[in-house]
Design a protein around this ligand. Structure first.
Ligand code: ADP
Ligand code: MG
Length: 699
């Protein structure tokens, strides 16, 4: 089957709607989608009916409101289309009301105290800007309706609602700025996103033999095999048959859902891969990334593989992230981060650029926290991912232009020349080089910014909510100022010079992995937030609350509840990791080592019994070494258990999360050391679970 026949076959797409909806209904829905106009009840009725007929023709029996609770995962509650007639027959029904609103049992989703104080119910509401789709699995075919999830009082209980709000805000403010440039044809500004997704694949039989992978998604122990990623031979290497089959099927499944999976290749680490879609509007890109994560896991299972989305499944090789490529575009297709061809276009581009630089500088802690999760604490600042310090990469040419603007040398004519030479030659850097660009957390890549800190397992809603809102804020400030200006050009110049002067400390084109940068960043006063818990303390600072409230993205209550959820989640995750470690040590590692030691000891006495003069110092040394290490293990597992008990006893959720970070987390690292040493000296047959060798090199 060709990709044309496959692509989007399971999507209630624009084309399907055009074909199946009456003209007037289609037009009215388009006004809702494009201009945010409210949807008439009668229109919803007609759409629901068309959607149902389409879904049933394709085998669907159920529908679900598909939503994204604050866990960052997706949730659904399936209802069947079946409805009974008075004479006892069954018909398939789906009303406009059922399309527009649902009321899932929300009590099991985290709400950070939001619902308890108001009302226990949660509602889902159709997001008509993200198309409905069909999910096929062993349970049958289900019509999925992308929805927002909120409480009785309208407070957002999900990730989609604030994302949609932030998109509205940035559109409003960007339109104000565009108007100042005489832009009249565009009706709104959208943010575009393409998220590159990294992941690992391991063999299911090895996965199932490791409690740590099952309970925590990452290995808590594991000595490095003789070969790691140092040869770089996995990167862009030829894809093995089994993986190739998996990828072929993955593409097909994603294409059916209208997810434009475009690239596939091996990543830096062994057993690591990447898939990237063609960019789309932010909320669709976010929905698609959620679907992508789900489908990768599902398809992997069919090939007896398990997909690990964790940020750091293995120590010693690179972890996984998500690159959030982000730009602004008008509804009529102008990419506002594309350097233009005329002086006006260039001035506009440079203004947007300066605005983004300023926003990222002032609100760096918020951007950092948007990429914080427990898994990412193993990556950021660990010389593989970007450092935990936010900075902006522009490249030589653009930096030199920015410097000239700052110096007051803003000759627009000259800018055009420079830009033509400059931006077109901005290096499109090949992935495999150890280029400095890769070390930057926020890099300009020719016509967009690439935010490279995002965690591989998390929703990209958070990072985009923050990006949209902080840029919105600076667009607002600039619009406020320029709308009042008598001489637009003069004021524009002044604004740009000031933005750059005040914020150029965030621009850094050097090596983000170097120790010098850490010192330099401290000198510049840039924040270096090394952990999730630390980053999250910035969420409810007065300036953050003011920002989010001003743009209608989060209320104070929504912020406080989200902060609480993150701290609670952090504590829970580290608690599970700590307990899993402790259990593996007691039930697997110690018994295996004792058995092995006994075998060796028995062999010593057997040999001695037969031939007393034989040298058994090798065996004796081994027994001694194991015994010493086991002693160390015993001490450190006790330390870990004590740290867990103490953390558990803390009642304030924030202090508890900090205790898990500062006491439990390091205790785990300490315990891991002697265990990995033991793994190196105990025989392969005696070791109680599969090793890195099997996990990384036998897929
Ligand atoms: P690289 O590995 O060099 O970063 P990829 O091709 O793997 O490049 O990924 C680039 C991503 O950026 C793709 O998802 C692509 O669709 C996306 N992208 C390209 N242009 C834009 C844009 N204007 N806005 C948002 N995303 C974009
Ligand atoms: Mg990239």
């Amino acid at each position: 089957m060709s990709i044309n026949d496959l692509f989007g076959t399971n999507v209630f797409s624009d084309a399907v709607m055009k074909e199946r909806l009456p003209k007037e209904t289609y037009k009215s829905l388009k006004r809702t989608i494009e201009m945010g106009e409210p949807l008439e009840k009668t229109t919803a009725e007609v759409i629901a009916n068309a959607m149902k007929d389409w879904a049933i023709e394709k085998g669907a029996t159920h529908y679900t409101h598909w939503f994204q609770p604050m866990t960052g995962k997706t949730a659904e509650k399936h209802d069947s289309f079946i409805s009974l007639t008075p004479d006892g027959r069954a018909t398939m029904e789906f009303s406009g009301k059922e399309l527009i609103q649902g009321e899932p049992d929300a009590s099991s989703f985290p709400n950070g105290g939001l619902r308890a104080t108001f009302e226990a119910r949660g509602y889902t509401a159709w997001d008509p800007t993200s198309p409905a789709f069909l999910k096929e699995d062993s349970a049958g075919v289900t019509l999925c309706i992308p929805t927002a999830f909120y409480s009785y009082t309208g407070e957002a209980l999900d990730k989609k609602t604030p994302l949609l709000r932030s998109m509205e805000s940035i559109s409003k403010q960007a339109m104000r700025v565009l108007k100042l440039f005489g832009e009249t044809s565009s009706k709104k500004v959208i943010t575009t996103v393409g998220a590159e997704q990294e992941y690992f694949l391991v063999d299911k039989k090895y996965y199932q033999a490791r409690k740590d992978l099952i309970f925590t998604g990452r290995t808590l122990f594991g000595a490095m095999p003789p070969k790691g990623q140092e040869l770089d031979d996995h990167y862009f290497g030829s894809i093995k048959e089994r993986i190739a089959n998996f990828m072929r099927e993955l593409d097909v499944e994603l294409w059916k859902l209208g997810v434009s999976a475009k690239t596939k290749h091996n990543e830096v680490a062994p057993a690591q891969f990447e898939v990237a879609p063609i960019f789309s509007t932010t909320n669709i890109a976010t929905d698609h990334n959620q679907l992508m994560m789900e489908i990768i896991q599902k398809v992997a299972m069919r090939h007896d593989l398990v997909c690990l989305l964790h940020e750091k499944p293995f120590a010693g090789v690179n972890g996984s992230g998500k690159h959030n490529n982000w730009s602004l575009a008008t509804d009529d297709g102008i990419n506002l981060l594309n350097p233009g061809k005329t002086p006006e276009e260039n001035a506009r581009f440079l203004l947007f650029l300066s605005i983004i630089i300023a926003a990222v500088d002032e609100y760096a802690p918020l951007l950092r926290l948007s990429a914080a999760n427990p898994g990412n604490d193993h990556r950021l600042g660990a010389n593989e991912a970007p450092p935990a310090i936010i900075s902006v990469f522009l490249g030589d040419k653009l930096t030199s232009i920015i410097n000239q603007i700052e110096a007051g040398d803003l000759n627009i004519e000259k800018q055009v020349e420079l830009l033509e030479v400059g931006v077109s030659t901005l290096p499109k850097l090949p992935k495999d080089s150890t280029d400095r660009n890769r070390t930057s957390p926020f890099a300009f890549t020719g016509n967009r910014f690439e935010f490279r800190m995002c965690p591989s397992s998390a929703s990209i809603a958070g990072p985009n909510i923050v990006l949209n809102t902080i840029v919105s804020e600076y667009l607002r400030r600039v619009a406020d100022e320029l709308e009042k200006a008598d001489d637009f050009n003069e004021s524009l110049k002044k604004v740009m010079v000031r933005l750059i002067k005040d914020h150029k400390k965030i621009i850094f084109d050097g090596d983000g992995y170097s120790d010098d940068w850490i010192k330099e960043a401290a000198r510049r006063g840039l924040p270096n937030l090394s952990s999730t818990v630390e980053a999250y303390t910035y969420f409810d600072k007065p300036e953050a609350v003011e920002l989010f409230e001003r743009h209608g993205v989060f209320t104070k209550g929504e912020i406080v509840s989200r902060k609480e959820i993150v701290f609670e989640e952090y504590a829970k995750i580290i608690n599970i990791e700590g307990l899993t470690m402790s259990q593996m040590v007691k039930k697997q590692i110690i018994p295996a080592c004792i058995n092995y030691m006994t075998d060796v000891a028995e062999s010593i006495s057997k040999i001695k019994g037969v031939c007393p003069s034989v040298d058994v110092s090798v065996q004796e040394e081994l027994v001694n070494k194991i015994s010493k290490l086991l002693f160390d293990v015993r001490v450190k597992v006790a330390d870990l258990n004590k740290a867990i008990e103490e953390a558990k006893g803390i009642s304030n959720i924030e202090s508890m999360a900090f205790a898990y970070r500062e006491k439990v987390f390091p205790a785990m690292a300490e315990l891991r050391k002697p265990c990995d040493e033991l793994e190196k000296i105990v025989s392969e047959e005696a070791w109680p679970y599969p090793t890195y060798d099997e996990l990384l090199f036998r897929v």
